[in-house]
Design a protein around this ligand. Sequence first.
Ligand code: SF4
Length: 322
Amino acid sequence: MSAPVLVVDSLHCSYRPRRGGWFSRATEVNAVRGVDLQLHAGRIHGLAGESGSGKSTLARALVGLVPIRRGAVRLSAPEAGDRQAMDPRRLVQLVFQDPSAALSPRRTVAQTLEEPARHFGLPSNRDHLAATLASVGLEASALDRLPRQFSSGQRQRIALARALICEPRVLVADEALASLDVSVQARILAVLRTLRDERQMAILLISHDLAVLRENADRMSVMYRGRCVESGPVETVFGRPAHPYTRQLIDALPRLQPGAASPAELRLPLPGIAAREPDSGCAFRWRCPEALARCSREAPVQTAVSGAPDHHVECHLQEETP
Ligand code: SF4
């Protein structure tokens, strides 16, 4: 595999959630607690985990929207160019779940695409804007319309086009498919696979939907309480999950097939989440059916799964495997 385009090295991020009154003091949440991750050109890396696992904080930290408390995010040296061309704010783009976060209701699609292109000194003529729209399956006639004149799926494609006009090397899609119906999801996933295969883009695909990751990602990580508890090639993680949490997620997957559950059931978390702050032991021990005595005293460290050096897990069970 080629050298990674983006390396996340022992990243720690925290934030204070907003509370009701002006004078109320919120406790700081350690949302990301020592995450390591590598993204490669021409690969989709899936990121799974239930709500509150730190996925979105990690995504925002990659684009500088959340301060980094410790650790680092490193982008490999891009092609030679001026400062704008090498700007990490151009090279790493984030697509949110809610496209309205990226689209001003008063700006036409053309204005929405022109602004970042001009800011970074990239082509912004109408033909180029139309070609970028075409790459996400929209026609040039969309350029003169306002966001409210589109469906939610089309708005998400415009948000994707706004990211692509910046010619990023890394695209972070944070639950970008979550509010879309299945047919629109399929179209956007097809666009992401094309970006991976034809533009050699590195993509971080964050989704609560394991079926989407299984079908579209090359590698994946599973986050729990701010840690990556398991990572490896998708077929290995699904075929031989090594962490009890990953096994629980995958065991729930048959219930998540279309027609087998209501939309409400399609979302993580699984039942039984413990609302406790992690302390000295394994953060998953309150829910773990296989917990050992040492799990309450010692936090597990990342270990290569026996016989699979490319597959890593944080669990004492693995350390005790002969
Ligand atoms: Fe379960 Fe212990 Fe492994 Fe944590 S370290 S997942 S509690 S067995």
